[in-house]
Ligand binder design. Structure first.
Ligand code: CDT
Length: 307
């Protein structure tokens, strides 16, 4: 059997005034804990290095540039790469990317223990709005701060830990609510989806219908369905707790291809949850009910990609 030990490294809140030295220090401690538990892959959240800054409006877009990374590793993020090398652990990191051409993306990378960036993904489903919204108590300015990802939904077959080559894919936060995104990964026989998120406990647009207690349900429902319908594992890692008065719900999970939750975070702080994945478990769905080559009916799906 092909086995892989993975961790979701949930991060508690990062306040607006806190620098990357604080977040990176906490992340290195989580990697140390991962090493003690025999973990081979650590998954950090979306935009893991800073507070969830799309809640803060800046009339001048360039005034938000200090939240972005123009190089990876940088002096500030180098300790993550050093810990990966020291412990032989691969890691997934969500961060705000500013390219040499000045383009901005909400990005995630998968880094081999050697420090090589093996896979990069840029968030496709950007939620929120582009202009200041006076009706909202909290802004969600991803459409202002980021371009729509231009890399599609890549899956990379890469050697990881003792499992040998594994089909790896990524989603970022709001992407998890979109079955099309999961299916594009499933069509590439993804085996482990790495997914970071920052999700407010309160939906500012709820119109009285999305009660507080349904927020976690909707997150888990999406991830569990995505895993089951595409015969994949997922490691879904939250940023959690209260950032400058704004609550993120946490509840990081690791899910198997049957859609079952294998591990779940129970705190709103820094917390490592782990699971031993038997990757051969992906074969059941892929070879039977979700054997896409046999059962998919693309001739009936035209509306999915029509504009
Ligand atoms: N970060 C992120 O994508 N969060 C969204 C919140 C949507 S509310 C505008 C999410 O789907 O969890």
């Amino acid at each position: 059997t092909r086995r892989l030990t993975v961790a979701a490294a949930q991060l508690g809140p990062i306040q607006k005034a806190e620098g990357r030295d604080v977040s990176v220090g906490r992340m290195v401690r989580l990697m140390e804990a991962a090493h003690r538990r025999g973990v081979e892959v650590v998954v950090f959240p979306e935009l893991a290095l800073t507070t969830f800054f799309p809640r803060w409006y800046e009339a001048d877009r360039a005034a938000a540039d200090h939240w972005f990374e123009s190089a990876l590793p940088s002096n500030e993020t180098a300790p993550l790469f050093e810990a990966a090398r020291k412990y032989g652990i691969a890691f997934h990191l969500g961060y705000a990317e500013r390219t040499p051409e000045g383009r901005r993306f909400n990005t995630a990378v998968f880094v081999h223990p050697s420090g090589e960036i093996v896979l990069k993904y840029r968030k496709v489903h950007l939620p929120g709005h582009a202009e200041y919204d006076p009706v909202r108590k909290v802004q969600h300015l991803e459409k202002r701060l980021f371009e729509v990802g231009d890399l599609g939904f890549p899956v990379m077959r890469a050697p990881v830990g003792g499992a040998g080559p594994v089909n790896l894919g990524m989603l970022i936060c709001n992407d998890r609510r979109w079955p099309e995104a999961w299916r594009v990964l499933g069509l590439q026989s993804v085996e482990v989806v790495m997914l970071g998120y920052n999700t407010p406990s309160l939906n500012q647009d709820n119109r009285g219908f999305e009660a507080h207690h349904l927020r976690v349900l909707h997150s888990h429902l999406s991830i569990q369905a995505g895993c089951y319908q595409n015969a994949t594992f997922a490691v879904a890692t939250a940023k959690a707790g209260v950032e400058d008065g704004h609550e993120l719900f946490g509840h990081s999970i690791i899910v198997n291809p049957q859609g079952e939750i294998m591990a779940q975070a129970t705190s709103w702080g820094d917390e490592l949850i782990t699971a031993d994945l038997d990757l051969d478990m992906c074969r059941l769905g892929r070879e039977t009910i979700f054997n896409f080559a046999v059962h998919r009916r693309v001739e009936a799906y035209g509306r999915i990609t029509a504009q």
